[in-house]
Design a binder for this molecule. Structure first.
Ligand SMILES: *Cc1c(COP(=O)(O)O)cnc(C)c1O
Length: 377
């Protein structure tokens, strides 16, 4: 039987952890992506955005690998993520909380040695008050809104912030920052407008350097680089710019196990709702990956998986824990219980899957389930 040896080895892998498939994170590809971005922005430094468990790939493993590559600045979104990551990084690594602190978290933040990104005048005053009460200077990053209206100090508050910082303060502002709304679209004029606003902010706060670029921003040119770039998706192999060839190396492979195969005649209903009715006699395989594993339900009757480069369309609705694929394109007997099919890999990129699902690569990554055997290379 073709592929028999590969199949039995692969199925053993899946069975090893009692898992339904294999999620492989290539940490050396991750490090090469970091190197590539670092070279592009040098002499500016390159941070790593490791929020949402490093976009689903494991904040601890990813951060440790990048620390080894020289990365010393790590951004998470929520304070709880910073608390969880802190014990896993050496002391000279800085962890920044992009969403800032919720009221009441100040002393825990001081204790853990985590650096908040200050997004409002009130947060700045609160953090300064915390510092004053402890008779200490506390580090902070100030984020300004340059046109996204999501997070950051509003334009009308800049004068007051500036005045506040001119009086003797307990705040040690490390740098200022802002975030781009359309950096993945090279030709979007919002980039130019936000850069102009970032420059105005930088002029108003001449004592501080700025951090501006996310993954897409790095590719918009030197003007966007500031002193510290903050890539996320590009580190993980996602395309930083839409509409052009992805310059990053893939980091994630995902394979799911076949749990059953069958042959059905024309006119057979497949899956929930019976929405798919077969037009001919076909061979089907049920794979152990569903929407709870990160295979989006919007791939129902639309997406595909691959086996050795052969496209195997998803048939009927994606269920919570399984999906059904048409394996008629393969010689009979190629796949059996325990065989692994490719969801992400050489034949299907993150962007391919996201496009078929009507999603973005970020959603695919951050939805990857926890029932796969995870291996870090
Ligand atoms: C998520 C995020 C990033 C990283 O964005 P990518 O597009 O994944 O590179 C950078 N900065 C801020 C403020 C973010 O919220």
């Amino acid at each position: 039987m073709d592929g028999g040896v590969v199949n039995s080895r692969a199925s053993q892998l899946a069975i090893e952890g009692g898992a339904c498939g294999c999620l492989t994170v290539d940490l050396s590809a991750l490090c090469r992506n970091y190197e590539k971005l670092s070279r592009m922005v040098a002499p500016a430094r390159t941070a790593a955005v490791v929020k949402a468990d490093s976009y689903g790939l494991g904040a601890k493993q990813v951060s440790n690998a990048l620390y080894g590559q020289g990365c010393r600045h790590f951004f998470v979104a929520h304070f709880i993520e910073a608390l969880r990551l802190k014990p896993h990084l050496p002391r000279d690594a800085s962890i920044f909380v992009l969403n800032g602190l919720l009221p009441g978290n100040e002393s825990a933040c001081v204790e853990a040695g985590i650096i908040p990104v200050i997004n409002s005048l009130d947060q700045m005053k609160q953090w300064s008050e915390t510092a004053r009460s402890l008779q200490r200077r506390l580090p902070a990053v100030l984020q300004f809104d340059t046109g996204m209206s999501r997070l950051g100090i509003a334009p009308e508050d800049r004068r007051e912030v500036s005045a506040f910082l001119e009086t003797p303060s307990h705040l040690d502002v490390l740098f200022i920052m802002s975030h781009l709304a359309s950096a993945d679209e090279t030709d979007n004029i919002q980039n130019r407008d936000q850069l102009a606003e970032m420059r105005r902010v930088a002029d108003e706060f001449p004592n501080y350097d700025f951090s501006f670029a996310n993954s897409g921003g790095i590719f918009l040119g030197e003007g966007f680089h500031g002193v510290l770039a903050r890539p996320g998706i590009a580190l993980y192999g996602g395309a930083p710019t839409s509409g052009i060839a992805n310059p990053m190396e893939p980091v994630v492979r995902l394979e799911a196990a076949v749990v059953q195969t069958r042959t059905v005649p024309a006119g057979t209903r497949v899956g929930y709702g019976g929405v798919h009715v077969t037009k001919a006699r076909i061979r089907l395989a049920t794979i152990a990956a569903g929407y709870a594993d990160g295979l989006p339900r919007s791939l129902s009757d639309k997406g595909s998986v691959y086996y050795k480069g052969v496209r195997l369309p998803i048939v009927g609705r994606v269920s919570m824990d399984s999906s059904t694929i048409d394996i008629s394109a393969l010689p009979e007997g190629t796949l059996s219980c325990g065989s692994l099919v490719e969801i992400l890999g050489d034949h299907q990129t993150l962007e391919d899957l996201a496009r078929d699902a009507g999603l973005i690569s970020y959603e695919i990554l951050t939805s990857l389930g926890h029932r796969f055997h995870r291996q870090y290379r």
